[in-house]
Design a protein around this ligand. Structure first.
Ligand SMILES: O=C(O)CCC(=O)C(=O)O
Ligand SMILES: [Fe+2]
Length: 235
């Protein structure tokens, strides 16, 4: 059994300008609800191993909500479940929390899309993601450093972590190499990357197998693995 974190208080941090990590953002009840929703969605919408155009297979299994992602585009299809309103509200509230740590996290990447037609950048309360990707990390699964660049909008990405902890690597928009910051994401943690970090390279070099809180097993079974949900605005 993994020793709980006695006397260790994890503080919010800025991973890079516009990129924020907020530990324990989701309550246990919220995590259980979101995990159960993932189980229900994946029963209706089988998670798939993504094969990249070059022939490589991703080690995570993935499914979409809202718009359907496949490398390297989004499509509308009737089989993809919608993003529920409660998840949109969670994303807006997450952006508000992130903006308290670094206001740039809730802004658009000016290089991608610039301000919308009204010339007004939306605030966190108007953030309306139209796609969510759910990644299921089993034993040994990783995700290489990449940019999230299939979205036409420069709106921030909101990311929730559940189940096993991981090492999350966050770099710069320029290239895959250093400088980057490694941070441990635990179940319930929030990451937001927007503004100047919207196009930053990021990835998951390691999942810490067996580190999920024990109650995750009630929802996910004996080998919970890691579940990550990212919300994005694609248009
Ligand atoms: O699993 C994570 O924390 C990151 C996932 C990710 O980068 C992605 O889905 O694009
Ligand atoms: Fe990503």
């Amino acid at each position: 059994m993994t020793e709980p974190l006695f006397g260790v208080r994890r503080e919010p941090s800025i991973l890079a300008p516009g990129a924020v990590h907020v530990p324990d953002w989701l309550s246990r009840e919220q995590q259980e609800y979101l995990l159960q929703a993932c189980v229900d969605w994946s029963a209706a919408n089988a998670p798939r191993t993504i094969v990249l155009p070059g022939g490589g297979r991703m080690s995570v299994r993935t499914f979409s909500l809202g718009r359907h992602w496949s490398p390297y585009r989004y499509d509308d299809d009737n089989a993809t479940p919608p993003i529920p309103d409660w998840l949109v509200r969670a994303a807006r509230s997450a952006l508000t929390s992130a903006a308290e740590i670094d206001p740039a996290a809730a802004t658009r990447d000016s290089g991608t899309a610039g301000p919308g037609p009204t010339g007004h950048a939306p605030g966190p309360a108007e953030y309306t993601p139209d796609a969510a990707l759910v990644n299921l990390y089993g034993r040994g699964a990783t995700m290489g450093l990449h940019q999230d660049r299939d979205e036409a909008s420069g709106d921030p990405v909101v990311s929730f972590s559940l189940g096993d902890a991981c090492t999350f690597r966050f770099g710069t928009p320029e290239h895959r190499g250093r400088p980057y910051t490694d941070v441990r994401l635990e179940s319930g943690d929030l990451v937001v990357f927007g503004g100047p970090s919207r196009m930053a390279f990021h990835g998951v070099p390691k999942v810490h197998d067996g580190s999920a809180p024990s109650w995750c097993r009630e929802v996910l079974g004996a080998e919970p693995g890691r579940v990550n949900i990212t919300l994005r605005r694609t248009t």
